[in-house]
Design a protein around this ligand. Sequence first.
Ligand code: ATR
Length: 276
Amino acid sequence: MKKLFAVIGDPIAHSMSPAMHNDLFQTYGVDAHYQPLHVKRDSLKEALIGLKAIGIAGFNVTVPHKETIIPLLDKLDPLAEAIGAVNTVVNEDGEFVGYNTDGSGYLQGLLTQWPTIKGKNILIIGAGGAARAIYFTLAQAGVKRLDICNRTIQKAEELINDCPFHVPSAAIGKEEAEINLSDYHLLIQTTPMGMAPNIDSLPLSLHKLQTDALVSDIIYNPLETKILREARNKGAKIQNGLDMFVYQGALAFEKWTGIFPNIERMKNIVLNQLGG
Ligand code: ATR
């Protein structure tokens, strides 16, 4: 019988995961279908009971359920537990097991651009859920320094204090980050600033950016945000959010099927969707 997979969230209509995963199921001959499911904030518990009753094989979790789903799951992967957010669930013999592939997806995408992260000074801009997954993953992987610049400094401090993996870190404001920008080898932009329709917003000035730095934005719509355009104009290397999106999906697909899929194929599907 055809296996069912899904993504649950609110809103969900514009998710690109269904096109990506349905193409992969077809490509790899997996008899399965991936369905977007609109689950409102207050209906999560009932939705999970229903999904279990119909024997769903696995699903992705997106805004606003990534954190609130945790107490409703049967088991939790230790990294997802530390991060406090789940984006992938696997039905393992009737038990819903939660994983987080956002941070590891980001790291795998980063390593395609950069041979190593060891010895690097990194600045994360923003302290929301995505920043948290990336911070915990990079802290666990081991980097030289991992600072967080956020509008609300207290939120960055909390994120750093919550992390079980030690790495030299500071929570800083925008002005301090701008003054010390030349200290960083990599900037990771995780706020919604620059995302469509707010394409003219810039989280900080790149005046002091090292010209050999890498600036990475987790946004993929538009593919080149204002911060990436400014970084490119300064001669820096840039990376958009397509890699993170595709790799988090590839890692979820691997957990469900045991197959690590073709990344270029996935990128083309997403680019087609964006173009359409
Ligand atoms: P996600 O969970 O998707 O990563 P989020 O939780 O909404 O996103 O977090 C967004 C991050 O972008 C937060 O760090 C937020 O800053 P605050 O902690 O001060 O709220 C930051 N952010 C969002 N809009 C911003 C803006 N207009 N200016 C500066 N920072 C902004």
